[in-house]
Every structure is written in structure tokens, then in C-alpha cells.
Design a protein around this ligand. Structure first.
Ligand SMILES: Cc1ncc(COP(=O)(O)O)c(C=O)c1O
Length: 361
């Protein structure tokens, strides 16, 4: 498997026309397996023919809808082209040469990549495989040094699916030194909504929480996200220029429609977690506990290592290799785990059949 930091191998070379998706199992990306809500499809159909017009550059209507939906003061909300856009901007606004950014390992690799572009040093708090890569607030706070200007936490964590609960995250937020910003990436929090600190963020000056419509809202192709920022974090965010019109006309209207029909997301999340439970039962290898729709399959008790599953690509089944998440953790760990994202029932059947066949061969 490649050491790429993102999935999406299906684009090379399988999907050229929409019908091609039917033959591909894209379990290497954490996109939703289901389509966007009917209300979103309706909004897209309604607005598509107006694509000759520029969108509202401030994304004001969507910011108001986000504020209303999550009971957050509107001035704390910023709109962007997915969580990627917002977290890039925030990291580049908060750290520079001489600063340190603390992140976890394994975790989403993008934070470290951007921090390096900012000229900052990256410190990784190594999570222990024997604790199923569980993080804890005490260890995070103990790893904060005098040069730590930013902590980037993915919650739930990608690729482990482990979640710091809300009291644990609040513990970190309350003990944060004045000089340190905290970025909480809640890209997958719709799978554990009770653990979100989104509504708490405006009460803490140095906090930025980013959310996305790409995952549980099933809109990854539309590129819409938002951030909720405390007062100092907001000043930092606004200090650097942003390109105008970060989100397309279709993206803005689709996201507003999605928020208005968020029951759809709750139903799909519940359905997906049931599908995940079935898939876990059908796989002949254990996996680590996960709060999300993806999980780490643990091959340690089998006769195979992760690279034996590379051949599934030729059957259009794409799984995510672990190496891209574990800078510095060594080859042994990266060959022990593979990340799988829950798909539709038939696709899950294919995944289980093919993996079990290889494990038993
Ligand atoms: C933890 C995490 N944050 C952010 C993103 C990017 O999300 P978006 O599509 O909103 O840019 C991803 C995508 O895989 C992710 O895994």
C-alpha cells in the first residue's frame, strides 16, 4: 500500500463516469457511503442553473444557519472550503519558525504537514498501542512545553476512531497556557455528537473547533466546512488574508439545506454504526474500539501483514494503509493495522469476503 497521507486511490484510474462508482469499494477514504440528504439534492437542483453568479463571499447566510443550529454566537463562526481550508488557515495563522506544534501519533497527518510549511517544529505525543491508542488529557498537558504555541487534536481521532470525551477535552481547554492555541478537528464528531466542544469554543479565547459537511453529511465533493473560534483565535484567524468566495454557490446552499434536515444525518449515522457492527462480526480478525464509521483492523493474530492486502486494489477494493499516520513509529506497527471505512451492506460483504479469503489462505 502507498504511504500517501490521504486515501482516494479510486481516482487512479477507476472512476471516470458516475457509473464507475458501482464497481469500486472506496474504504480508504472516510467519505459517507450514502448520498447527501434529499433536501440537499433539491437545493443543488434549484441553484445549479445560477452557477453563473458568484456566491456571497462572507457565507453570511450559512454562518447564521450554523450559529442558529448549534446555538453559537454568530461572530464566532467562520465558513470555509471544508475543514482542510480552515485548519490550514488556522495553523498558518498561529505558528511560525521557532514555535512548536504538539500533535498525537497516530493521528491525521495534515496538521504536521502544514506546521512544517509554517516553519514550526512538530512534537508528537506517541499513543500506546497497548492502550488501543487511547489519548488522555494529563499526558497531552504534560507534553506542552514553553515553545508549544499550538496543539492540534483530532477528535474523534483519525485513524483510530478513539474519542476524548467532552469532560476530558474541557480539562485540556481549561488548563491551556495563555500562550498556546488549541485546534480541535471535529471532522467525525457527528458519530459521537455528545462529546463535541463546539458550543464551548466561544467561551475560551484560544480555541478553534473545525467541522465539516464532508463526512456524516455526505457532501465531501461540495467542499464546505466551518470553524467556531474563541476571541483570540478569531483575531489570529482574521489577521491573514483569505481568498474571496471560499465556498461555491452550490456548496453554501447545499450546506444550509443539510442543516435544516439534520435528522437525515442522525438516521444515516445510526444505520452506518449498525453496518459497522455487522462488518466487524464478519471479519476474521479483531479490530480496535472506534467511535466512528472507520476502524483499525488488527492483523497481529493472523498470519498476514498489511501489505498482503495490497492485491485487493486489483479487485477495486481500496483500504487505507496505517503508515501515513504514524511518522516515526516504525514499520512493524504500520504492517499490523489497516484502516477500513464502513460502506454499504453489499460492499461490506465484499470487503469481509476478500480479507477473510486472504487471511485463511
Ligand atoms: C481528521 C480530518 N480532518 C479533516 C479532513 C478534511 O475534511 P474536509 O473534506 O472537510 O476538508 C479529513 C479528511 O479526511 C480528516 O480525516
Amino acid at each position: 500500500m502507498s504511504g500517501a497521507i490521504h486515501g482516494g486511490a479510486l481516482w487512479q484510474p477507476c472512476v471516470r463516469i458516475p457509473e464507475d462508482y458501482a464497481s469500486v469499494v472506496a474504504a480508504d477514504v472516510n467519505d459517507a457511503w450514502y448520498p447527501p440528504a434529499p433536501a440537499v439534492m433539491k437545493a443543488l437542483a434549484r441553484w445549479a442553473r445560477h452557477s453563473n453568479h458568484s456566491p456571497d463571499t462572507s457565507g453570511g447566510a450559512l454562518a447564521r444557519a450554523v450559529a442558529g443550529h448549534f446555538a453559537i454566537p454568530e461572530p464566532s463562526v467562520r465558513i470555509g472550503a471544508g475543514a482542510s481550508d480552515l485548519l490550514h488557515h488556522f495553523i498558518l495563522s498561529t505558528i511560525g519558525p521557532g514555535d512548536e506544534m504538539l500533535t498525537l501519533s497516530p493521528s491525521y497527518a495534515e496538521y504536521a504537514r502544514v506546521a512544517k510549511f509554517a516553519g514550526a517544529r512538530v512534537k508528537r505525543l506517541r499513543l500506546n498501542v497497548n492502550d488501543a491508542f487511547e489519548a488522555n488529557p494529563g499526558a497531552i498537558l504534560a507534553a506542552v512545553g514553553k515553545n508549544t504555541r499550538l496543539i492540534s487534536l483530532c477528535n474523534p481521532n483519525n485513524p483510530t476512531g478513539q474519542v476524548l470525551n467532552r469532560p476530558q477535552m474541557l480539562e485540556v481547554m481549561q488548563a491551556l497556557p495563555k500562550r498556546t492555541f488549541l485546534l480541535v478537528d471535529e471532522a467525525y464528531i457527528d458519530f459521537a455528537p455528545e462529546e463535541s466542544v463546539l458550543a464551548d469554543a466561544p467561551l475560551f479565547p484560544n480555541i478553534a473547533v473545525v467541522r465539516t459537511f464532508s463526512k456524516a453529511y455526505a457532501m465531501a465533493g461540495l467542499r464546505v466546512g466551518f470553524a467556531v473560534l474563541g476571541s483570540s483565535a478569531r483575531k489570529r484567524f482574521d489577521r491573514n488574508a483569505r481568498p474571496p468566495w471560499p465556498v461555491s454557490l452550490l456548496g453554501l446552499h447545499a450546506a444550509e439545506a443539510a442543516l435544516a434536515d439534520s435528522d437525515y444525518v442522525a438516521r444515516r449515522v445510526a444505520e452506518t454504526l449498525r453496518l459497522k457492527a455487522d462488518l466487524l462480526r464478519n471479519l476474521r480478525a479483531p479490530s480496535l474500539p472506534s467511535a466512528t464509521h472507520y476502524f483499525l483492523l488488527d492483523l497481529q493474530t493472523t498470519e498476514i501483514t498489511a501489505n498482503r492486502l495490497d492485491c485487493l486494489r486489483s479487485r477495486n477494493i481500496f483500504l487505507r494503509d496505517f503508515a501515513g499516520f504514524t511518522a516515526g513509529s516504525g514499520k512493524r506497527l504500520s504492517q499490523r493495522f489497516v484502516r477500513i471505512t464502513t460502506q454499504s451492506r453489499p460492499a461490506n460483504r465484499r470487503i469481509a469476503q476478500e480479507i477473510n479469503r486472504i487471511i485463511s489462505s
